[in-house]
Design a protein around this ligand. Sequence first.
Ligand SMILES: Cc1cc2nc3c(=O)[nH]c(=O)nc-3n(C[C@H](O)[C@H](O)[C@H](O)COP(=O)(O)OP(=O)(O)OC[C@H]3O[C@@H](n4cnc5c(N)ncnc54)[C@H](O)[C@@H]3O)c2cc1C
Length: 404
Amino acid sequence: MIDFSKIECTGCTACASICNREVIQMDKDEAGFPVPRIVDVDRCIECGLCEKVCPYLNPKLEIKNEDEIAIIAQIKDSEIRKESASGGMFSAIALTVLGKNGIVFGAAYDDDFKVRHISVEKADDLWKLRNSKYVQSDLGNTFIEVKNHLNSGRLVCFSGTPCQVEGLASFLQKAYDNLILVDLTCHGIGSPLIWDKYLELAKNYSPKRIYFRWKHYGYKYSTMSYFDENGKEVYFKDVESDKMLRAYFTNSCDREACYNCKFKKRYRISDFTLWDCFQPVFFASDFDDDKGTSSVLINSNKGRKLLDDIISKKIVKYLYISPSDIVYGNNEMVNSVVQSSIRNDLLMDAKQMNAADLFEKYFPDQFYNRFRRLLRMLLLKSGLYRQVKYVIYKNRRSRTNKQN
Ligand SMILES: Cc1cc2nc3c(=O)[nH]c(=O)nc-3n(C[C@H](O)[C@H](O)[C@H](O)COP(=O)(O)OP(=O)(O)OC[C@H]3O[C@@H](n4cnc5c(N)ncnc54)[C@H](O)[C@@H]3O)c2cc1C
């Protein structure tokens, strides 16, 4: 059986899902992250399956992919693009899978805004999966459900973080022609406990929908936004002001394994890899409308075939880019985030402090944040925001590539 003390577990659920004697079950650690626990060692028959499917113990070889292709893309449906974190490419893939009587798995909120993987079979329900949730999603029995659908011959799309996607592939132990894997460039994954604390503050607004990445001021300056039951935006705060965004983007609440992520790779086992294209102007100025653009790597033949279907349905505006150009400067694709010095204290205090005091203690509204917010607003109002962002990204691209 796996010695969990020796692995940097991502909570992918592969070991618990494969164990049909229910020796291993998923539980939560103190920060709310899903973790496997041995519940009844006497039932273990030492079959070794848990070790065999653990993606940490059996890392997939990173093989240079000479056949990959890449595009930048925007879904043409403006409502879908608005709801999506970037250009809505995930929805284009999902709609195409549903159009073939397939089923799509991805991260959604439940009624209490806890983040869970669910399955969607109707296009009208796809909104639940849209937009990034910067909190670790509870996979529940997703891997087992995916396998059952695959074995019944149904087309399945699974979308998640790179560790979830490798976990699923490991769990399945064989390749399926009817499986489409979509992974993301992932910054890191936030603590469900910190999210729970944050929701204590959010509930004052009685939100019906919450978006981590709403394009309130445009794609290049997004906000955490809540909408009420009438669809009215009742809260919007940027990365300088919103406490959850601050916790996430200062790398203060990620899962421990994210600080040394084994699944951030240039070459992925997925069929599609998606991430933001904040500066489409590097490739084509007519994409730069500040409403969201996806960067897309198509890593497999299956992916290429599905892309052909998407293109033939004329639901996306797209442009082929060379793979090396599109990944140029994408630091989060290959490098782990650096753990903040406040992380462990924050997670410790979160267990006992009330939400308002906790966030005030760790993320007070200081001069630095107010200054940055003011600067952003001034640049936005003067129409210079885009240009300044362009210069910053251009520098970042060249800096990152000098380092790599
Ligand atoms: C946790 C996280 C970190 C990210 N970090 C970066 C980054 O550093 N740089 C970058 O360029 N892009 C990052 N992305 C990707 C980016 O935010 C968009 O998800 C991507 O561009 C696809 O956007 P879209 O418009 O096509 O679709 P959207 O509709 O925005 O994509 C939704 C998809 O994301 C999945 N998803 C959402 N939340 C979760 C979650 N908690 N766990 C697993 N899957 C989830 C859903 O299942 C769905 O498939 C991250 C995404 C997530 C979820």
